[in-house]
Design a protein around this ligand. Structure first.
Ligand SMILES: Nc1ccn([C@@H]2O[C@H](COP(=O)(O)OP(=O)(O)OP(=O)(O)O)[C@@H](O)[C@H]2O)c(=O)n1
Length: 407
């Protein structure tokens, strides 16, 4: 595994190469913040005065991920580093390069257009800090403070208002008063931000260590009214729930008010996330219906079961017997007789030939019943025993199967 020290050491090779060719380069952004805080670092970003084409020429392995925004991935010892040419937002600039991106010659200018002081520190390859906006002071005070005027930083990119609350949750920091007031005033600007960017920040927010404080700030500043999906939830209701992931948060609210599901598409979630929400709600339904623990264990993945368990416990949903059933379902998972349909010792063809019957809707019902019987231990997972079991529960009338006894 790549240690952090190695990550910075490898990144330093990129900076050394820049310096050898009379450019400069610095570590920047979240990596410097997290390193200084003693948090684990998984990505190291570098900023430079070299232009994208020059970066491409200097390194053997590069990937153009957004040259028009000044960003190139440089692979050093097979580790990817995001290398970005110093840039500034807006019209104030020295150099205007492709499209609407403005590049500057100066590190300080680049840093002064970053969102928060704690994200606006740079570090040399020798790990010396360059901190023109006193990010260290705010790190020590555990404060999220914008670089310069909050309203200007939020005007440049309204997503930063969501990033502010994301960092509150992720780092367990307080939000500076000025930033809070600016969010109250400019929350509506969130309407112009791409939903995917908001969702990505919310995901990080819900994985943080102080989700509660971030949610309170979202409700307090009125950001809630401009958030996809969540804008349909009343502030008091929004802060009353607890969740350890975005998916859990959404599932709780839909459980409490099913009409909210019509707004789900507004969040542009991945299919995986949408499935997880649907499945969690199905688990709750199965618990309410008192379905057998083995069947619940079989039908849902462990991650869905444990996620639902968290939702139920954190929000005191359902009764004690339901929580117990879920606990038993999770415990039952490793000992199930079969893990999926393919482990069942019969299939459609073997059933048709054993019963001398044509295919039809009965077949699926028959397989479902047999699968359940095997799972519940009513019948062993053995071809002839299953066939005998099926035969004893159906009548074959000229190739038309009739169930005499369902599940
Ligand atoms: N709207 C934004 C997004 C990013 N940044 C700057 O770009 C850096 C990298 O952004 P990103 O990778 O999105 O977040 P990180 O701060 O690196 O946080 P994390 O790695 O925890 O996601 C930030 O630190 C900040 O300096 C910014 O000024 N404004």
């Amino acid at each position: 595994m790549m240690t952090e020290q190695n990550l910075f050491k490898t990144g330093a090779k990129i900076i050394e190469r820049f310096e050898k060719h009379n450019y400069e380069g610095f570590f920047v952004g979240g990596a410097v913040r997290d390193y200084t805080l003693g948090r684990s670092v998984s990505d190291v970003d570098i900023t430079t005065n070299a232009l994208p084409d020059e970066i491409e020429n200097l390194f053997e392995k590069t990937i153009d991920v957004g040259k028009e925004h000044g960003t190139i991935i440089v692979l050093m010892d097979d580790i990817p580093f995001e290398v970005t040419t110093y840039r500034v937002e807006g019209e104030y600039t020295d150099h205007r390069r492709p499209d609407n991106v403005y590049f500057t010659q100066h590190l300080t200018e680049d840093l002064s257009r970053r969102d928060f002081t704690i994200n606006a520190m740079a570090m040399t390859q020798a790990m010396e800090l360059h901190d023109p906006h006193n990010g260290i002071k705010d790190l020590n005070n555990r404060l999220i403070n914008t670089v310069g005027l909050a309203k200007e930083r939020f005007y440049e990119d309204a997503l930063r208002m969501v990033r502010a609350v994301r960092f509150m949750s992720q780092l367990d920091f307080k939000l500076a008063d000025e930033a809070r007031e600016a969010i109250k005033e400019h929350a509506a600007a969130l309407d112009y931000v791409a939903v995917e960017r908001i969702t990505a920040e919310l995901e990080k927010l819900y994985r943080g260590i102080n989700v509660e404080s971030a949610k309170e700030m979202i409700a307090h500043t009125g950001l809630l009214k401009y958030m996809p999906f969540f804008r349909h939830i009343e502030a008091g209701e929004y802060v009353s729930t607890k969740a350890e992931s975005l998916v859990q948060e959404i599932a709780v609210h839909i459980y409490k008010d099913s009409s909210l599901s019509q707004h789900l598409s507004a969040l542009k979630l991945s299919n995986k996330q949408k499935t997880a929400i649907r499945e969690s709600l199905k688990v709750i339904e199965a618990l309410e219906d008192g379905i057998d623990e083995k069947l619940i264990a079989y039908r849902f993945e462990t991650g869905i079961l444990t996620g639902t368990d968290a939702i139920i416990r954190l929000n005191a949903l359902l009764g004690a017997q339901h929580a117990k059933l879920l606990e038993q379902s999770i415990a039952a998972k490793p000992d199930l007789v079969i893990k999926n349909r393919s482990e069942l010792r019969i299939n459609g063809n073997s059933l048709m030939s054993a019963l001398n019957a044509r295919g039809g809707p009965w077949l699926r019902d028959c397989l479902d019943s047999a699968e359940e019987a095997v799972l519940l231990g009513t019948v062993n997972n053995n071809e002839s025993e299953i066939i005998n079991w099926v035969k004893s529960h159906v009548k074959n009338e000229d190739g038309n199967i009739v169930f005499t006894d369902g599940r």
